[in-house]
Design a binder for this molecule. Structure first.
Ligand code: 5AD
Ligand code: FES
Length: 349
């Protein structure tokens, strides 16, 4: 019998204690509490978001990311607008109700070009469209929203301004915050998140990340383990450990009971059962890859990424089996804001 968590930790010191405890019973109680809160607030359905990685070009220089502009060893690719739309149609035909359009920060796609892609996808497919293309001018965010984009993912990566500055040369923490505020004002459903286990990130810093996210109250959360990439300046750093990532996921669920929380692909990369573990400690979303097979290995944010030899339909089948193996099911519908999904607060499927 494990003890139960009586209260949600809301102080940095309490969060640190749970992130660092060596007591297996305390960890078990945290995981059980997160799983119970997940079940009560968002139900047993797992939402699938089809991920289309449409360009690996990036102007950025984030020190942890394999797509950084300075990595000249990476073979880059860019999908034509009509091929992005075609990939969304493949996702639709596999039964997905959300597509996520993700790329590096690639200015060769103008705001108008991506608005056209969004419009076309919305015309052809009854899906929610999530954008994940980094920092752009407000005019672009507004254009895509008008074109029908529903959601936007922009991780803060770390809420510590000094660590942020160290890891993101040439970028501005304040601008990132401004982008998040703009996206919210434009009425996007907002996704945010952090990298766990970055070099120079302490347990206190991770606790403050959780408090930052609790304060921001995003609709969606992605908490991914850092995995060092050999062609980056921090190639020699240690990868995040599974336990810390799971504890962060569980704590995020306690702090944001109604949010959609992703069991990330990176979590599935550091452990073969990582996504299942994430789903068992608070997560309710998985983002299977629907990028055309020939491009997958090239979108190398971190090494060892799962699913690079698979096709979209293979991943669709695989993930459903994994979800069923947990006694859960693939959620129907588009899985928007929980209040939209369950207007009466009763139908949690
Ligand atoms: N390991 C894990 N995740 C990474 N990301 C970027 N580089 C890495 C890495 N080395 C994440 C960032 C970004 C998302 C698309 O990928 O958090 O927001
Ligand atoms: Fe891609 Fe399992 S989700 S192979």
């Amino acid at each position: 019998m494990t003890t139960t968590l009586v209260e949600t930790p809301r102080e940095a010191a309490d969060l640190v204690a749970l992130l660092t405890t060596r007591e297996p019973a305390e960890e078990a109680a945290l995981f059980a509490a997160a799983d119970a809160v997940r079940k009560e607030h968002v139900g047993d359905g797992v939402h699938l978001r089809a991920l289309i990685e449409f360009s690996s070009y990036c102007r950025g220089s984030c020190k942890y990311c394999g797509l950084r502009a300075a990595n000249r060893e990476l073979q880059r690719y860019r999908m034509a607008p009509e091929d992005i739309v075609a990939a969304a149609v493949v996702a639709r035909d596999l039964g997905y109700r959300t597509v996520v359009l993700q790329s590096g920060e690639d200015a060769s796609y103008t705001g108008e070009m991506l608005a056209g892609v969004v419009r076309e996808i919305k015309a052809l497919c009854d899906v929610a469209v999530t954008m994940c293309v980094g920092e752009r001018p407000e005019a672009d965010y507004a254009l895509w929203r008008e074109a029908g984009a529903d959601r936007y993912l922009l991780r803060i990566e770390t809420s510590d301004p000094d660590l942020y500055a160290t890891l993101h040369p040439g970028m501005s923490f304040d601008n990132r915050l401004r982008c998040l505020q703009t996206l919210r004002r434009l009425d996007y459903e907002l996704g945010c998140g952090v990298l766990i286990g970055l070099p120079g990130q302490s347990d206190e810093s991770r606790a403050r990340d959780l408090l930052f996210l609790a304060d921001l109250e995003p609709d969606m959360l992605g908490l991914g383990p850092f995995i060092p990439h050999p062609q980056t300046p921090i190639a020699d750093a240690l990868p995040a450990d599974l336990t810390t990532t799971l504890r962060m996921t569980a704590l995020a669920r306690l702090l944001l009971p109604g949010a959609h929380i992703v069991a990330t692909t990176a979590l599935g990369t550091i452990d073969p059962a990582g996504r299942e573990r994430g789903l068992s400690v608070g997560a309710d979303v998985v983002m299977p890859n629907v990028t055309p097979q020939q491009f997958r290995a090239l979108y190398e944010i971190y090494p060892g990424k799962i699913c690079i030899n698979e096709t979209p339909d293979k991943c669709r089948g695989c993930i459903e089996l994994r979800i069923r193996g947990l006694g859960r099911h693939v959620a129907g519908g588009k899985g928007g804001r929980p209040k939209d999904s369950f207007p009466q607060g009763v139908d949690r499927e």
